[in-house]
Design a protein around this ligand. Structure first.
Ligand code: C2E
Ligand code: MG
Ligand code: MG
Ligand code: MG
Length: 285
């Protein structure tokens, strides 16, 4: 009896697992098809200089409009892509799309490149960063678009840097290409502020949870992160700024750059291009 019910549970478990694996395989196939069929798009979120309010560039964020289903958020399909080799395809697609777009905006600008010359930030998955191919992928995107390397920033999460010495080496090689490196979502992993000194990175992006926190200890931590980053020569970006009081506090804390719904939401390419033209015309980009 006991044996029979035990086997019954095992069968139910097998069935659940089988279904999950199948759903995952289907999602992977759909992502692969989506890349080929033009279902992916880039949303651009402006990043501003806190002191002057000027737009200094954009972060490129992937958007997937899945036929018959609608918009699938990155948090729902990036982790699946990261579980397979697909993430390389996703990142390569994004690298090409984003560099191409910025190069095109620059070429179309009647006044020539702005001042400051706008930058583009692209998110690179940890799995992709651990693959030596990431270096040729980035070099290829720069060569194909003709975008100057100094205008491209690669965003990587801090967990990657701590866990993987290979990723560390790759960052050094990427920087040698002339691109900048930003640590994304800083504060959510295990990196201590002191470790920043030895990291091959240029920019620190403070995670939204710290920016939003009303706890005095967190506010002090933000101030400390900014001071330490500056000591090590890093630029600091605050993520997820939603309220005027947060922006005012960041300004008082000497934060360099900010991004968030208070300032601008991620937008489509036509809108982002038009915004660039307007700010150029106003002499502010
Ligand atoms: P992330 O790189 O930290 O990007 C910031 C996320 O915060 C974006 O979500 C953005 O839309 C959102 N955000 C910006 N301002 C605010 C705000 O004021 N409030 C709130 N609540 N959210 C804000 P999104 O576009 O859904 O992307 C989520 C994550 O997916 C990204 O986090 C990034 O880790 C990943 N991702 C997005 N695009 C790509 C890509 O092309 N390649 C890879 N590997 N990962 C990507
Ligand atoms: Mg990012
Ligand atoms: Mg982030
Ligand atoms: Mg994130």
């Amino acid at each position: 009896r006991a044996k029979a019910s035990g086997r019954g549970r095992a069968e139910v478990f097998d069935e659940t697992l089988r279904r999950q694996l199948q759903q995952r395989a289907e999602l992977e196939a759909a992502i692969a098809a989506g890349l080929v069929n033009g279902e992916m798009q880039v949303a651009y979120q402006p990043v501003i200089d806190v002191a002057s309010d000027r737009i200094i560039g954009y972060e490129a964020l992937i958007r997937w409009e899945r036929p018959g289903i609608g918009l699938v958020p990155p948090d729902e399909f990036i982790p699946v892509a990261e579980g397979s080799r697909l993430i390389g395809d996703v990142d390569r697609w994004m690298l090409h799309a984003a560099t191409q777009q910025l190069a095109q905006w620059r070429a179309e600008s009647p006044a020539g490149p702005g001042d400051p010359d706008p930058t583009i930030a692209v998110n690179i998955s940890g799995r992709h960063l651990a693959d030596p191919r990431v270096i040729t992928d980035v070099a290829d995107a720069l060569a194909a678009s003709g975008l100057p390397a100094r205008l491209l920033t690669l965003e990587v999460t801090e967990t990657v840097l701590v866990d993987d010495p290979l990723a560390y080496d790759h960052l050094t090689e990427l920087r040698a290409l002339g691109v900048s490196i930003a640590i994304d979502d800083f504060g959510t992993g295990y990196t201590s502020i002191g470790q920043l000194r030895n990291m091959p990175v240029d920019t620190l992006k403070i995670d939204r949870s710290f920016v939003a926190s009303t706890e005095p200890a967190h506010r002090e931590l933000v101030a400390l992160m900014i001071r330490a980053a500056h000591t090590f020569g890093l630029t600091v970006v605050a993520e997820g700024v939603e309220e005027p009081a947060q922006l005012a506090r960041l300004k008082a804390q000497d934060c360099d750059q900010a991004q968030g719904f208070l300032l601008y939401r991620p937008m489509g390419a036509p809108e982002a291009g038009a915004l660039l033209r307007r700010t150029e015309a106003a002499g502010s980009v």
